[in-house]
Design a protein around this ligand. Structure first.
Ligand code: IPD
Ligand code: CA
Ligand code: CA
Length: 268
């Protein structure tokens, strides 16, 4: 696993340098669906990561956001790659975006690297071996009350098409906490929960490449990662609740209590 981590870190750093070379110099920004942007930086970053992974692990599979499944897709080992997590932020030069590389074994996340090239912060973790920020150990916060917490969430690109758009949950927690941030990079949100800058995170509508790496970071930093109702986390469900152990229970209870917002739908 340590060799896997070294390779993932190398790939993340190379891809991070690619992203920084494109920052503020994008020639075209396309939309995959309303609000879901993709740029040449996403594509070149992804190709950079795939080249490194394929060279070192020709017998592993890869699931990458822009190119889908490649390599040995029947392998127990599957890399989940988000070459640019936070494309909207990146396109606006808002400094919250990462390269996220997770490794699944039999669909279970066991290794994660989240690299923020703007701040040169590399978050890494291997199952049962702890979590690190620039190779220094990290842990989740010790905040015990929601009233003293700072949470983070996000809104999926289908938010205009579904009443299950997280607006009610956002209002609910905004009332109960010191604040709720909307970071715009799911992997960075998870990395910040892992290192205690944020106390908890929930979101729906996520893809495996958004969160595979971050899940390992939070768990290895001592946090809990589950479904909204506290049941076991399922990578393919798109839903995640991650927090320190104390706040996690309270967030499960509050998520069960959220009442629908009385706003017209569809939202225009
Ligand atoms: C998005 C970000 C965002 C989350 C979206 C993701 P992308 O990833 O992680 O925080 O709210 O659901 O799709 O499109 O920037 O790679
Ligand atoms: Ca993403
Ligand atoms: Ca992406």
């Amino acid at each position: 696993m340590e060799r896997f981590l070294d390779v993932a870190c190398e790939a993340a750093r190379l891809a991070g340098a690619v992203l920084m070379s494109y920052l503020g110099k994008l020639e075209s920004i396309d939309e995959k669906s309303p609000g879901n942007l993709v740029t040449e930086a996403d594509k070149v970053s992804e190709q950079t990561i795939l080249t490194v992974l394929q060279r070192h692990f020709p017998d592993h599979g890869i699931l990458a956001e822009e190119s889908g499944v490649s390599g040995a897709s029947e392998s127990r080992y599957l890399w989940a790659v988000d070459p640019l997590d936070g494309t909207t932020n990146f396109a606006h030069r808002y400094p919250a975006f990462t390269v996220s590389i997770g490794l699944l074994v039999d669909r279970v996340p066991v290794l994660g690297v989240v690299y923020d090239p703007w701040r040169d912060e590399l978050f890494s973790a291997i199952q049962n071996m702890g979590a690190f920020r620039n190779y220094q150990p990290i842990q989740v916060s010790g905040t015990t009350e929601l009233a003293r917490s700072l949470l983070v969430t996000g809104f999926a690109y289908d938010r205009r098409e579904t009443p299950d758009n997280n607006y009610a949950e956002f209002c609910h927690f905004t009332h109960l906490t010191q604040g709720v941030r909307r970071g715009g990079s799911a992997s960075l949100d998870l990395a910040y929960v892992a290192c205690g800058r944020l106390d908890g995170y929930w979101e729906r509508g996520l893809a495996p490449w958004d969160i595979a790496a971050g899940v390992v970071l939070v768990r290895e930093a001592g946090g809990l990662v589950t479904a909204y109702d506290g049941s076991p986390f399922k990578l393919d469900s798109g839903r995640i609740l991650a927090a320190n152990g104390q706040l996690h229970r309270q967030m499960v209870d509050e998520l069960a209590r959220v009442s629908p917002l009385n706003i017209p739908f569809p939202v225009r």
